[in-house]
Structure formats: structure tokens, C-alpha cells
Design a protein around this ligand. Structure first.
Ligand code: SAM
Length: 198
């Protein structure tokens, strides 16, 4: 049985309620422009990806909610792919950038999704995870509201995400501004720590 997906219900109204931010800061953190492909995982209606199309060769939006993706069709220049972050339908090393904005806390399996983000990220590429900063009181209240309304949310602090990324030998940086935190992992090598030969 498929569980109720809140985002299927919200899809027609999502962009009316959640406004598109100025993408300048995200563009800097993603270190754009690039000539290759950028993946916006859990990208929903393409609200964020829309502002990045002129900064990357291709912008791909993937999401588990086909109703959210349907809204993204109205925005030009995006490649839309249905699917879960826990099992991304892309080959290894196929994106120069992978980002996930305001969706990491919704993922059913965050560790498995990180594995997948890392697998599809090309060596030399960046993974950028943008999340509401759960250290802030306003965000704690949002997290509580999402629990009450039965959203599947699991907020973890940026430092905890950074620690999870270190297992991939990533070069990790955390940025914060206002109520937002970004965790950036650079894929410096495809070699896992266990396989380093000297
Ligand atoms: C709060 S919305 C954010 C959408 C978009 N990133 C934005 O900032 O406008 C969260 C999105 O994550 C998607 N999502 C939740 N769990 C997912 C999963 N396991 N795999 C792929 N997408 C998922 C939802 O369908 C929804 O579109």
C-alpha cells in the first residue's frame, strides 16, 4: 500500500505559498557555472532549479511526487525524472553537482540517500545539502508543526550531516546564514578510506 504523500496534495499550491528565493547565495555555494549536469534531488516543482538553468549545461529535477514534478513542467529547461533519492535512476559519476534543498529532512532513509548522492556525483564534484537550521527556535517550531501534521520529517543538525559525509572521505564545509544551513561535500577522490593504498 502506498502511504499518503502530502506533497501530492500540496503540489498545485506549492509555488503560491513557498516563494522562490534569490538564488545568488546558492549559486555561489554550488560554485556555478558548470558545463556539466546538475541534479536537484527532491527538487519538487523546480522552484529552485528554475533559477539555475543558465548556470549549468543541464539541470535535472528528480522527485518521488509526480504531482510536484508535473508543476515543474511549466518551467522551461528542466529535465524531470520520477524516483526516490534512496534509489536514484542515474549511472555512477553522472553529475558535476548534486543538491537537495529543504528536502533532506523528509527523506525516508537519509543514510541510503547520501550513498546515492555520492554514487552519482562525479569526482571533483560538489554535493550541497540546504536545510533549515534546526538550532534556530523558529525552525524547531516548524519541525514540531510538521510532526503534528504527520509529515515524515527528521531534522538533524548540519554538523551531524557533515559527520555522515566524512565517511566518504569528503572535504566537508558547513555554512550558515539566517535560518539556513548548507553542508557542502567535495568528492576529492572515488577511493573509500578502507581502500587507500600507500
Ligand atoms: C519541501 S519540498 C522541497 C522541494 C524543493 N526542493 C524546493 O525547495 O522547492 C520536499 C520535496 O521532497 C520530496 N521527497 C520527499 N521524500 C523523497 C524521496 N525519498 N525521494 C525523492 N523526493 C522526495 C517531496 O516529494 C517534495 O517534493
Amino acid at each position: 500500500m502506498r502511504f499518503l504523500n502530502h506533497f501530492d496534495l500540496l503540489a498545485p499550491f506549492y509555488d503560491l505559498v513557498i516563494k522562490s528565493p534569490d538564488s545568488k547565495r546558492l549559486t555561489e555555494i554550488l560554485d556555478l557555472p558548470i558545463s556539466g549536469r546538475l541534479l536537484d534531488a527532491g527538487g519538487g516543482t523546480g522552484r529552485i532549479a528554475e533559477g539555475l538553468t543558465e548556470h549549468a549545461g543541464r539541470v535535472v529535477v528528480s522527485d518521488t511526487s509526480l504531482k510536484m514534478l508535473r508543476q515543474a513542467r511549466f518551467k522551461g529547461g528542466l529535465d524531470l525524472v520520477g524516483g526516490e533519492t534512496e534509489r536514484l535512476p542515474f549511472p555512477d559519476d553522472s553529475f558535476e553537482r548534486v543538491m537537495i534543498v529543504d528536502a533532506f529532512h523528509h527523506l525516508a532513509d537519509q543514510a541510503l540517500s547520501l550513498n546515492e548522492f555520492w554514487r552519482v556525483l562525479a569526482p571533483g564534484g560538489l554535493l550541497v545539502i540546504e536545510e533549515p537550521d534546526i538550532r534556530r527556535m523558529a525552525v524547531k517550531l516548524v519541525a514540531l508543526a510538521e510532526k503534528v501534521t504527520l509529515f515524515r520529517s527528521h531534522f538533524i543538525p548540519a554538523e551531524r550531516i557533515a559527520t555522515l559525509l566524512e565517511k566518504y572521505n569528503a572535504k566537508v564545509t558547513v555554512y550558515r546564514e539566517g535560518h539556513t544551513a548548507w553542508v557542502v561535500g567535495e568528492k576529492t577522490s572515488t577511493t573509500s578510506p578502507e581502500l587507500v593504498l600507500t
